[in-house]
Design a protein around this ligand. Sequence first.
Ligand code: DGJ
Length: 764
Amino acid sequence: MNTIEVKDNVFLLSTRNTSYFFYVNQYKHLEHLHYGCRVRIEDGEELALKRCLAYGATILYKEDPSYSLDQVAQEYGSYGRGDFKEASIELKDDASYTTEFLFDSYEIKDGEVRIPGLPSAYGADKTLIVHLKDEVRKLQLDLYYTIYPEEDVITRRAVLINQSSRKYLLHKLMSFCLDLYEDGLQMMDFCGAWDKETHVNLRDINRGTCSIGSRVGFSSAKQNPGFIVKRKDTNENYGKAWGFNLVYTGNHYSSVSKDEYGIHRIQGGISPERFVYELKKGASFETPEAVLTFSDKGLNDLSHHFHDFINRHIIRSDWKEKERPVLINSWEAFGMDFNKNKLVKLAKQGLSLGMELFVLDDGWFGRRSDDTKGLGDYDCNTKKIPGGIRSLSKEIHDLGMLFGIWVEPECINVDSRLYEKHPEYAIVEKDREMLFGRHQLLMDLTNPEVRDYIVQNVSDLIDKNKVDYIKWDMNRMMDGVSGVYSHEYIKGLYEVLDRVFTPRPHVLFESCSSGGNRFDLGMLCFSPQIWASDDTDPIERIDIQKGLSYLYPLSTVGAHVSASPHLQTLRQTPLETRFTISAYGCLGYELDLNLLSPVEKKEIKKQIAYYKKHRNTFQYGRFYRINEEEQYEQFEVSADETIVSKFRRIVHAAPIYDKLYALGLNDETMYEIVSRPYLHNIRQFGNLINFVLPVKIDANGHLMNEIGKRRGMDAAGQNYRASGAALRSGIYLNNLFLGSGFNDSLRIPLDYGSDMYEIKELKQ
Ligand code: DGJ
């Protein structure tokens, strides 16, 4: 496929199913023509906006009665020459804010061009670089377009070069700008907070501006940098949608503005708030990379573009496209209250249930008996772990498990040995009283000495203790600093991550930031998976993981089964549902396994065996969101086999008939559908159990308690046969229990219940 066609200064960029189209118009402005389904280079003239006469009250360009920049869809909008839409560049010298960039030349390179100091995607087909110049201010603006044809992705970024002999103050330089004509659009973004990340936020785009952004120094759980613009009638399986994300971890800003003529200007990049960058003579400024994709087949298809792109062109290390191990993490099991015996016992229990990786979370170093102390120090607390990390790691390895450990290298407690020695390593505003976040301060990652300290200590920890997995946490927001400082911090962080992890590709790095406060493509360039949320309640997780799935593949999502009632909500949930949601991600367990009953242990052992058998499908299969029924949420993964799960929130009496849907199948093929066997906890039925037992027992008595620990009630085994077409329209499932009688084929409709179905081609 010829991915970049150029004819008479018309540029057509092509991926498998999309075209990105622009040209150099008569005034040398770069004019946008189309971003959508595949078109031909001959279509340029008709795809262009017709300009017979300019609207009234506009500023005409060179007295041309039909040309005002306010009515030109541009590849990069600037201020001062008649365009009053939100500009993508804002810079100033003593005299003026105006810039006007005219086409100068272009070049095409094979593959991608790396960005100095910032991570970016790799494995591209080609890159087009268009050079624009502002001759008055002696500035060059280079626009980069890099093509990933198979994934239907185009990445964009901008570089501003000061060729003058004076300095400029740069306030804003967006990574991309896209002027789109479409009617009836909506913006879908993913917002939340600690414990409730990436909830879908859908709004109509009317006149004015819809925007998202972060000012906490990091990409933030408040508003993820990824977002979607879609037609109002677009749903999961139908219609046009445009997806955007940034390969960046710092403060970001993106906006969609609809002007009076129906042009939507979409742009995104580093947040311009408090951003004043001194662009010295001869210097340049590079934006982070933006990722753009389009589908006219609905949101599931759009997500598949993102998923393939991330798995193939963002994730690095030996863990690229490799199955992730099932882990047991000590945090929700013990907090910081542990000793070596407890840890080893937890690991042994985990191993006996099939877990493969033991992770020692927070609390193992320095004075860290609670979260007010110790951050910054790396010496193991040998009162808790005699023999140190080395001996624990050896014991875990001797058991046959991988060994992982938690660190929070970007933060420092005042109550730490490091702070006593190097208070200057912390970021503080000198003339104000210190403010803490989780009792801690951030370290100054713009200082090379601080970066060296972190690289040295984390590298030693990994190498000396044969660490296989690192959970790199960060629990403090960045406050009281300039936008430029924040950006320099993020560049410092990237340098540190590169120096630690690039020479150690065997280490599985899971990034974390109070859960999902840094779930972004910048971090994913270093860490193949990210801890999605500190909220492990499975019902909460449906929204969190569903939101994430619009932008990120399941192979990147850390998801753990924890104890019920849940720490975050006090809700009680079935063990099956905790597993079902966690299976749509990188499965882990995070609870004290010693407190489980024998029947729960048996169930967990079966869960893990099932997950391992289907792990590749769960982590790398095609993921579909199925929103066909209001009372249920359905998730599907599909590869050589298909696994669909139904999640129920609240049960209603006399329930409506419900169906099972599957989307990733062949219409013509016949399939067998088998429900995953599991046990209901009999204690939850209380005295109702006496309706089905041959003898009567006291639901609150000792006997019931003892039986409940050892026995469960089989969930109805379900078996259906249907074609792919029938499953696409939905097949009816067995009835739910109604209170009018009981038999083995009835499904039990618990609040927060779930069912998982395996769908396989029927062998004739
Ligand atoms: C916040 C993380 O999100 C948790 O998973 C856990 O690692 C704690 N920090 C430990 O302090």
